[in-house]
Design a protein around this ligand. Structure first.
Ligand SMILES: [Ca+2]
Ligand SMILES: [Ca+2]
Length: 102
């Protein structure tokens, strides 16, 4: 879980919905050489189901996960990345309903 990354992004005042480009330099397959790999990813606070928009479906999904231990299958509902899924996450999602990736 990239908690430190999330905290850093929030402190840099990025918008709640944005796309970032990540570049990995000198990636090697252990064989003949290396290359730089670039990938773009969308970041949308509150999009617990990962469909690119925040809606009542995200609110409902996170409500159903409230109190459940955070794991690889539900980490998107831990919107504030504090290791728990609870009312604070639901409130954050509600405040983002209607937003979407650019
Ligand atoms: Ca969504
Ligand atoms: Ca949380």
């Amino acid at each position: 879980m990239p908690t430190s990354w999330f905290s850093r992004s929030r402190s840099q005042s990025l918008s709640a919905a944005h796309r970032i480009t990540v570049t990995l330099y000198g990636v090697s397959d252990g064989g003949t050489g290396s290359a730089n790999l670039t990938a773009q990813m969308g970041v949308l606070i509150g999009d617990s189901n990962g469909n690119g928009a925040v809606s009542s479906a995200d609110v409902a999904q996170t409500k159903s996960r409230s109190g459940v231990t955070v794991d690889a299958t539900n980490f998107r509902s831990d919107v504030n990345a504090n290791g728990a899924i609870n009312d604070s996450d639901i409130s954050l999602i509600k405040s983002s309903v209607g937003t979407g990736l650019p």
